[in-house]
Design a protein around this ligand. Structure first.
Ligand code: ADP
Ligand code: MG
Length: 355
């Protein structure tokens, strides 16, 4: 149902924001390191108007759910918490936010690791900026979006997702130093586009595996007498550590170096090699891959027109990302998906958007 059908009036303004995928720099963010996400074509769109009854009303097309919030009500749960969090964060910045009608619709897959949550927050803040003529820049929007997710939805997220949604587009990558928050929007390797395929394997062990890796990295940093592994640039420095800290540290150090090399503006071929090396490192040193991800990555890497591929996200399931020759994303992803399904798996093409 559209805005008029839900709220009985036309929207006053509209804004949108994309989902994202991380191309390089995995498991580096909690080591104060470097990441390199890009925006995906799928976007979340919000339409807004002023509410006449003193209550906020939020509606999501995807969930077909409407939530109303009156002044003094407790923080809502579910999707409304992300939107309400954005409203509250703006109020804490000193802005007066009137009651609004807000309609959400999105083509970003929800819960697939492409950051539909950040797209929802950034679109909401952009919509409120437009409705209320707020003087607030895109970096601040990303920071408020992150705080909305942490404080109102209870998700302890880093700032990569919101920065990528707010600052990147599909032709640019966002280099982000997760310690200093220094950032740079850099062009995509020329002649290349992104493919993302969901392995169909749920990320069941992701939570416990993630916490264990974090702890191992902290131990490694402690043994090496640095604040975080990002402070080390030479992988040799990790060689005297006990296992598994040695291999965990080696992944983080080499992964940071791969991001820094990509930041120099490498060719699509070289970028692909860096992605392949990243996958090997995540598989062998970081041990966060599973057979389905290795199978899917190998199939992608073997396909003509693919520069490189790796698992993306925390691992233990979830999606793979590949860099492929521009214009070939759809054909390549369909071909690989057919092969992957014939091996007994069931996956899904997430990028490019295919019907
Ligand atoms: P991801 O960000 O990887 O897609 P998350 O679990 O972080 O997964 O965020 C998904 C949540 O974000 C959903 O459960 C919902 O609460 C909210 N959300 C995202 N997109 C929408 C949408 N279009 N409509 C309503 N809620 C949405
Ligand atoms: Mg999310």
């Amino acid at each position: 149902m559209d805005f008029e059908q839900i709220f009985g009036a036309s929207p006053e303004t509209e804004a949108s924001a994309p989902g994202r995928v991380n191309l390089l720099g995995e498991h580096t963010d909690y080591n104060d390191g470097f990441v390199l996400p890009t925006a995906i074509p799928q976007r979340t769109t919000v339409q807004l108007g002023l509410s006449q009854d003193g209550q906020h009303h939020f509606y999501s097309v995807e969930l077909d759910e409407r939530v109303s919030i009156s002044e003094g009500n407790h923080t809502p749960s579910g999707f409304a918490s992300y939107i309400f969090g954005c409203v509250r964060l703006l109020e804490r910045e000193g802005y007066t936010v009137p009651s609004v009608n807000l309609h959400v619709t999105s083509s970003v897959p929800i819960g697939s690791g492409l950051s539909s949550s950040a797209a929802l927050e950034v679109a909401t803040l952009r919509g409120l900026r437009s409705l209320l003529n707020l003087d607030i820049d895109d970096v601040r929007i990303a920071q408020l979006a992150q705080q909305a997710e942490i404080q109102y939805s209870g998700v302890q997220c880093g700032i990569m997702d919101q920065m990528a949604s707010s600052l990147a587009d599909t032709e640019h990558m966002l280099f982000l130093d997760t310690r200093s928050l220094d950032r740079q929007v850099i062009p995509f390797p020329s002649g290349a586009e992104v493919v993302v395929i969901d392995s169909g394997v749920p990320r069941t062990l992701a939570g416990s595996g993630y916490n264990q890796r974090r702890a191992e990295c902290e131990e490694a940093a402690h043994l090496l007498a640095v604040k975080a592994l990002r402070d080390i640039t030479d992988p040799q420095a990790a060689e005297d550590l006990p296992e598994p800290q040695r291999r965990r540290a080696r992944h983080v150090i080499t992964e940071d170096n791969r991001v820094l090399e990509a930041l120099q503006g490498v060719s699509a071929e070289r970028f692909g090699e860096l992605m392949n090396a990243s996958h090997a490192s995540l598989r062998d040193d970081y041990e966060v891959s599973v057979p389905a991800l290795d199978t899917l990555v190998a199939m992608l890497q073997e396909t003509p027109g693919v520069f490189g591929a790796r698992l993306t996200g925390a691992g233990f399931g979830g999606a793979c990302v590949a860099l492929v020759a521009a214009g070939k994303g759809e054909a390549i992803s369909r071909e690989v998906m057919e092969r992957y399904m014939r091996s007994g798996y069931s996956g899904r093409i997430l990028v490019p958007e295919v019907s």
